[in-house]
Design a binder for this molecule. Sequence first.
Ligand code: SF4
Length: 74
Amino acid sequence: MAALGKLAEQLDPKVGLCSNCKRASILTSAKGFSYWRCGRADSDAAFRRYPTLPVEDCAGFEFGSPQTRNLPAD
Ligand code: SF4
């Protein structure tokens, strides 16, 4: 249970589990807007591509660092 407490300390409360999930990506637009994208949605329709934040419970969570990507300008 101590591990869960440590994880909770690391989570961004506005984002929830996605902030420490290796399946997440942070997409940043040329105008500086950021979006959290779920990579599991690519292969499993049970997951939303852009989950409603904060995600407090998720069967697909895998501890790790989200990827970051810059979106191309229009
Ligand atoms: S699997 Fe769950 S916690 Fe991970 S990125 Fe997708 S919605 Fe977020």
